[in-house]
Write a protein that binds this ligand. Structure first.
Ligand code: BV8
Length: 228
């Protein structure tokens, strides 16, 4: 059995990393157009760096929760039975890896990586970033930006993602509101190819009717229950 999981902020919510569009989510306090676009970075890089520096510090003190650990067990179990888990996350945290998942696709990038604005090289980065920090290996004096995908930028690994999606027997969206494309379109893509679809979320999302089934409640409870 080949399972495709699309993870969203709800998976990491109980690890203390806020979601985006809930009542007290990040985008209720911060304007995404002023913080998560290439235009915002060009206009006010200090403000964008401060936002991601804050989130990087939060991430460094966060721990994986039972949902991350259950998905790591699911991967091991499927592989042992000759199947696979394609874990595609919109989250930029590293909590799946820390919980033991071996293969994770970060379609919106990774907070603990920086990318050279000139040569494009990516590197592990755990410190604060600022406009004063140069890319250590760039001979053309490039600066550094968070290695995240902002609105208007192309998400990463799209070819591999669509290949895996169409090869799946089951598509499961976990902890995502389904409001950001292209990820929000995966469920209809899967359904169009006759793939069974399931939503796991705190409550039915606006897209709930697109799924064949839904299981609702906190990810730390519902995901382990679904995996076992
Ligand atoms: C692109 C950066 C071209 C990193 C993020 C009009 C119509 C259609 C599309 C567009 C449009 N205008 C613009 C677009 C395109 C745009 C888009 O979709 N905009 C939307 C808002 C309309 N998309 C893009 O620009 C993307 N690029 O399209 O490129 C392209 C692509 C492919 C092919 C051809 C061309 C780039 C999008 C990347 C945006 N980057 N952030 C960062 O700072 O983190 S977006 C942001 O939202 C997050 O990064 C996150 O990854 C993403 C998704 O959010 P969710 O994870 O779903 O979080 P949310 O808060 O919304 O929901 C949480 C859910 O969890 C809720 O349902 C809640 O109930 C649940 N929950 C809460 N607690 C729990 C829980 N569930 C379980 N347990 C709990 N405890």
């Amino acid at each position: 059995m080949n399972v495709f999981v699309l993870a969203g902020a709800g998976v990491s919510a109980e690890s203390g990393l806020g979601t985006f569009r809930d009542k007290d989510g990040l985008w209720s306090r911060f304007d995404p157009m002023k913080l998560a676009t290439p235009e915002a970075f060009a206009h006010d890089p200090d403000q964008v760096h401060a936002f991601y520096n804050m989130r990087r510090q939060n991430l460094l003190s966060a721990e994986p929760n039972a949902a991350h650990r259950a998905l790591a067990r699911l991967e091991t179990g499927l592989v042992e039975r000759g199947g696979s888990l394609f874990l595609c996350t919109q989250n930029i945290d590293d909590l799946h890896e820390r919980a033991g998942s071996k293969q994770v696709i970060h379609m919106h990038g990774e907070l603990l990586k920086a990318r050279c604005t000139d040569c494009g090289e990516t590197m592990t980065w755990r410190e604060d970033l600022s406009v004063e920090v140069p890319c250590p290996s760039c001979h053309r004096s490039g600066g550094l930006r968070p290695h995240v995908v902002w609105f208007g930028e192309m998400p990463l690994e799209m070819d591999a993602i669509y290949d895996a999606l169409l090869a799946a027997d089951l598509f499961v969206a976990i902890g995502t509101s389904g409001s950001v494309y292209p990820a929000a379109g995966f469920v209809s893509e899967a359904r169009g190819h006759g793939i069974r679809t399931c939503e796991i979320n705190l409550e039915p999302s606006d897209n709930a009717r697109q799924f064949d089934e839904g299981q609702y409640g906190p990810a730390s409870e519902v995901v382990p229950f679904w995996v076992e």
